[in-house]
Write a protein that binds this ligand. Sequence first.
Ligand SMILES: N[C@@H](CCC(=O)N[C@@H](CS)C(=O)NCC(=O)O)C(=O)O
Length: 349
Amino acid sequence: MSDIPKAVLYYSNESIWSCAVLLALEEKGYGEDEVVLKVVDLAKGENYGPKFLRLNSKATVPTLVVPLDKSLSVEVESRYKAITETKTIIEFLDKSRSPLSHTNTTSQAPAPILTPATIDFAATCKFFIEDLIHSEDGDPNNLLYMNARNEESLRTLADSVLPLMKGKVHALNQCLSDAQAGNIRASDKVVKFWTSKKEAAQMLLEVYENAKVPSTALDASAQARREEYFKVAKASWEVALVHVLTKLNEKIIGPYTLGEQYSIADPHLTAWFARVVMLAGGSSSDNGNVVIEKLEKHIGSSLVLPNIVSGDAPRTDAERSSARTKLGIYWDTVKERSSWKKVYGHGLH
Ligand SMILES: N[C@@H](CCC(=O)N[C@@H](CS)C(=O)NCC(=O)O)C(=O)O
């Protein structure tokens, strides 16, 4: 069995969408030896190297490289394809391990089907994943980079994101100079891609590098860039994210996204929510009420999540959880699962 080509997950622990896939692997009962895990160091810009770009031209993790169906025997030379979107990776993982397909596994864990069985639920699931959790308004990486709306929080943020941003710019500069010197071969398209990524990263880098300088001591253009940064940060946290949180709190059926059963939407929502809570100063030991309070405090008065009014239809898990909002109940419910403990047991990331 060890000779059979295995799927390889390229991931990073710091990557929120990688965490969604790690949650899904555990929920689906994949054994440790079924998928090979390979770390991609984003702080060293490993995702931008030509080798990784050949797998995924968007340079993102998670990326799942799977042997093609017909190459599952050792005699046939293996052929692979790369799946480069979290949504598609989780769908693939859901389909690839079913109660009837335990052939290549050492895991005895059940293989629940996470994809909704009805057209209506499939549409609702798609709405949660695409229109809310993976929407531009809720982009957790943007929320990370824009997690400062005043000078004090900008100084704190810079301490945590500077190494990553510097590593990224350094790696992109290296790729560009290697290509120019002819040390590596890169198409015009790839050079353009590196250049645009570098420019975007450099703009943020400049704001973080100046973080310790008071506004009054900045030159006019650096001051304008900081003002613009705060404007975008405010819109991201106080308008766009509030919209997504409010919709989620309204639409989650409860206690899980689609009701009583854990579904394919849940690894996405759990990872997304854990990241947003972490950015708002929450921790893995907080309960559902505390994380909502911390979110409301961090975001400010624009976030008001309505409590579930007592007298609503009784919900078993809601009764078990003391949380007062649907998102709070969601937090308390997913925290009990082994997937959560495996991925976030040592803290949010
Ligand atoms: N749409 C992609 C987004 C993946 C993504 O944004 N990945 C981030 C980490 S969570 C990444 O690889 N960023 C690399 C970089 O910005 O350098 C998905 O859903 O898989």
